[in-house]
Design a protein around this ligand. Structure first.
Ligand code: NAD
Length: 472
């Protein structure tokens, strides 16, 4: 299939089939793992502020129930279609399996450009979509739990929760029907930046592997690496910010209306503030505009992070990409043709399927918080601080020396919710990176890291289906 007739779900199936050859599962199990279990396509009317009635097209796909609930974001984009939602739902199944989050894959999409609707219209659309999900039992803390994705955020998640709770009076776990909520509505601290932070933790782990860095012709560590990021939304902004804070240089940034570069580094926060003020990143002081936004993908850099939409690097532009590592922060930014070109060129592609799993990992923490009805850290923070103060006091008394003030602060500190969330995410991403990398390095017949990630995922979902048995 050429890029022209590109099917995102087809690409996921193609990657799956490539990896399945490296597993021991029989065809029946593989077919069940691959299949999209339920596709809900809906249409509903919405009255615009000008009085016109508009019919909205929307989807929710449940790819797998090998573990429940299903989990996956809701996307607001004009490009939404059934193929795309199915592909994204399938990726969620594999993603959750890799990072040991006990959910099946799901995804939702509403085919609108949110920039063309007022806040009131968006609220009506989101609430009506939620009501349609409720009607068919496609949402609930134990069945299917949406989250933010492209074009949606905390605001939309709060509307979803409010609609769900209003229609389920007395349901004590209602807050667990959706994640990515504002903290005041049962959200968890650290969810907003989770995907970008996970991208950083995953790539940092790769950059700390001496053998891999030698192979890519790079030095070990993140410090001083030249990084380019496509998309300055939730995932792109936070990915760029965490790399910058760790000493990397952000040399290029792109948005929907253009791209900029500065070989000496761009300050992510300043660019972001400039975008809020002027509506664009173009002409940011001290930077140079690219002629076309796509040119940013081909710039000289060590790490390229596509964090906007799928299919942006394909058979046509992949040969011109100069990055030595590509970190797939977005879902499906590379086509299978691009993958093949990068294997030949020796470019390391760190795959979306686990690299952007920070969002769902922290969503899992949020869901657990909602079901347990208690904030992380609430029970142990004071106890830990009192214990640490006592231990430190004993050490100082016995040694006759005092520790420095900044050290004292660090040692005494008991964990807040955000500390525990970051720590759980760091552990998850480091473990997943090593599991995939070991699978890849152990089997020379596996061509790339994406295939290795699929093999890990297929083995976990396969085990789950095999142990569940098939309902007669
Ligand atoms: P977002 O809406 O917050 O940000 C996307 C940004 O990309 C926007 O600023 C938009 O203007 C920009 N953009 C659009 N077209 C572009 C183009 N051609 N070139 C450059 N920039 C462009 O969305 P997000 O939540 O950051 O999601 C981005 C990607 O990450 C999606 O593929 C999504 O599926 C994936 N993802 C998101 C999460 C999450 O937690 N939000 C989790 C996993 C994966």
């Amino acid at each position: 299939m050429s890029d022209h007739e590109y099917s995102f779900f087809g690409a996921v199936e193609k990657s799956f089939d490539k990896a399945a050859k490296h597993t021991k599962w029989d065809d029946g199990i593989l077919t069940q793992i691959k299949a999209c279990n339920a596709v809900y396509r809906m249409r509903f009317p919405v009255k615009r502020d000008n009085g016109n009635i508009e019919v909205i097209e929307a989807y929710r796909v449940q790819h797998s129930q090998h573990k429940t609930p299903c989990k996956g974001g809701i996307r607001f984009s004009e490009a939404v279609n059934q193929d795309e939602v199915m592909a994204l739902a399938a990726l969620m199944t594999y993603k959750c399996a890799i990072v040991n989050v006990p959910f099946g894959g799901g995804k939702g999409g509403i085919k609108i450009n949110p920039k063309e609707y007022t806040t009131y219209e968006l609220e009506k659309i989101t609430r009506r979509y939620t009501a349609e999900l409720i009607k068919k039992n496609f949402i609930g803390p134990g069945t299917d739990v949406p989250a933010p994705d492209y074009g949606t955020g905390e605001r939309e998640m709060a509307w979803i929760l409010d609609t769900y709770a209003a229609m389920h009076p007395g349901e004590i776990d209602a807050a667990g029907c959706v994640t990515g909520k504002p903290v005041t509505q049962g959200g968890v601290r650290g969810r907003r930046e989770a995907t970008g932070l996970g991208v950083f933790f995953g790539l940092r782990e790769v950059c700390n592997m001496p053998e891999i860095m030698k192979r890519q012709g790079l030095t070990v560590g993140v410090d001083g690496k030249k990084v380019a990021v496509q998309g300055l939304g939730n995932v792109g902004y936070h990915s760029a910010k965490f790399f910058q804070d760790a000493g990397a240089k952000i040399v290029g940034l792109s948005e929907h209306d253009g791209a900029i570069y500065n070989e000496n580094g761009l300050d992510v926060d300043e660019v972001f503030a400039f975008k809020i003020k002027t509506g664009t990143i173009l002409n940011f002081p001290g930077s140079t505009n690219f002629d076309k936004k796509e040119d940013m993908l081909e710039m000289e850099c060590d790490i390229l992070i596509p964090a906007a939409l799928e299919n942006v690097i394909n058979g046509e532009n992949a040969p011109r990409v100069k990055a030595k590592i590509i970190g797939e922060a977005a879902n499906g930014p590379l086509t299978p043709e691009a993958d093949e070109i990068f294997v030949k060129k020796g470019v390391l592609v760190v795959p979306d399927m686990y690299l952007n799993a920070g969002g769902v990992t922290v969503s899992y923490f949020e869901w657990l918080k909602n079901l347990s009805h208690v904030r992380y850290g609430r029970m142990e923070k004071r106890f830990t601080e009192n214990l640490n103060a006592h231990i430190l006091g004993q050490i100082e008394e016995l040694s006759g020396k005092k520790v420095k003030d900044n050290e004292r602060e660090f040692i005494l500190h008991g964990p807040d919710e955000v500390d525990l969330v970051y720590s759980g995410l760091e552990e998850t991403m480091i473990t997943a990176t090593n599991e995939i990398m070991n699978k890849w390095l152990d089997d020379p017949s596996i061509p790339d890291m994406r295939t290795a990630a699929y093999v890990v995922a297929i083995n976990k979902v396969g085990t789950s289906y095999a142990e569940l048995g098939i309902f007669p």
